[in-house]
Design a protein around this ligand. Structure first.
Ligand code: NAP
Length: 284
């Protein structure tokens, strides 16, 4: 029997409808949640991601804006922008879309961003809060994945989860969140030996690699739950391709996220949920 679909798109629609109601309540108090993005002007993929995030924010009744960093933007201008957004009470969430132009110090911008507005959950302060099990905004993509697992009542306690990938925005925080859900977690990366054999031991596989269809059916334990966070452009394909060989893995796994329609929409919904929460907290 083919794997059941972990339908991130359907779940994101449900969450966005709930967010719209929360935004309505805030508006009655005179507060409109506002998301601002800082994005590289010359990066078409980043611009497209930000356009989509703003479109979904506005569809939920929120306001949004963006500021483009160009090849001429100086570090001082970037930091001045972050400080301006920190100080603006009408702005509730700030997204620093990775990657910024190479000549700019993105980490310095992240460190300057106030954690109460870090709705993408990727500043050192927010990541430190995750490590410390303290309240704070969690990284949008792994947060979206935890929402999928919880919604479909996938058991995690005592289960062996493997996260393939150790990036700061995805793999590492994902591993920590699975640990908080009482999974026993293995983190794999490009230097990991015998990855297929290691993967076959796991009850839950999260692929966060950036290599199209790397994870094959024979890497998967029969009945395992597979989450595909990958988004890869492949020549000749009409849409983006995940890190998992969907057709093959679907024959072995019990549950599987599609690409598109799985993790991507839940990333955006989670970012918006964090921004609405930031606005709610500002009202207290
Ligand atoms: P990244 O920063 O490039 O990290 C990739 C990770 O994969 C690294 O830790 C790397 O190991 C590891 N890796 C690379 N090749 C490997 C291999 N052959 N075997 C095992 N591990 C390998 O990428 P990222 O930002 O985490 O993104 C990962 C994927 O998720 C990309 O496809 C990206 O487009 C997608 N993504 C999706 C969303 C969404 O909303 N759906 C959001 C963010 C990212 P090393 O550390 O050893 O180099």
């Amino acid at each position: 029997m083919p794997a059941q679909i972990l339908d991130g798109l359907a779940l994101s629609k449900q969450l966005r409808a709930e967010l719209k109601e929360r935004v309505g309540v805030l508006k009655e108090k005179g507060i409109t949640p506002r998301l601002e993005a800082i994005v590289a002007a010359q990066d078409p993929a980043s611009l497209a991601y930000v356009r989509m995030k703003r479109k979904w924010a506005e569809a939920a009744g929120m306001e949004s804006g963006s500021w483009e960093a160009t090849a001429e933007t100086t570090q001082e201008e970037l930091l001045a922008k972050v400080h301006e957004l920190n100080a603006n009470p009408l702005v509730h969430g700030v997204l620093i879309q990775h990657p910024l132009p190479k000549h700019l110090d993105e980490n310095a911008a992240l460190m300057a961003l106030g954690s109460e507005k870090d709705v993408d959950g990727i500043t050192p302060q927010s990541l430190g809060r995750l490590v410390g099990d303290l309240p704070g905004f969690r990284c949008a993509t792994p947060l979206g994945i935890t929402k999928i697992l919880k919604h479909y009542q996938i058991p995690t306690a005592g289960k062996h989860a493997i996260v393939i990938g150790r990036s700061v925005i995805l793999g590492k925080p994902m591993a920590l969140m699975l640990l908080q859900m009482n999974a026993t977690v293995t983190i794999a990366h490009s230097k990991t030996e015998n990855l297929p054999a290691l993967c076959r031991q796991a009850d839950i596989v999260v692929a966060a690699v950036g290599r199209a269809e790397l994870v094959k059916a024979d890497w998967i334990k029969p009945g395992a739950v597979v989450v595909d966070a990958g988004y890869n452009k492949v020549e000749g394909r009409t849409h983006d391709v995940g890190d998992v060989d969907f057709e093959g893995v679907s024959e072995v796994a019990s549950w599987l996220t599609p690409v598109p329609g799985g993790v991507g929409p839940m990333t955006v919904a989670s970012l918006l949920a964090n921004c609405v929460e930031a606005a709610e907290l500002s009202a207290i």
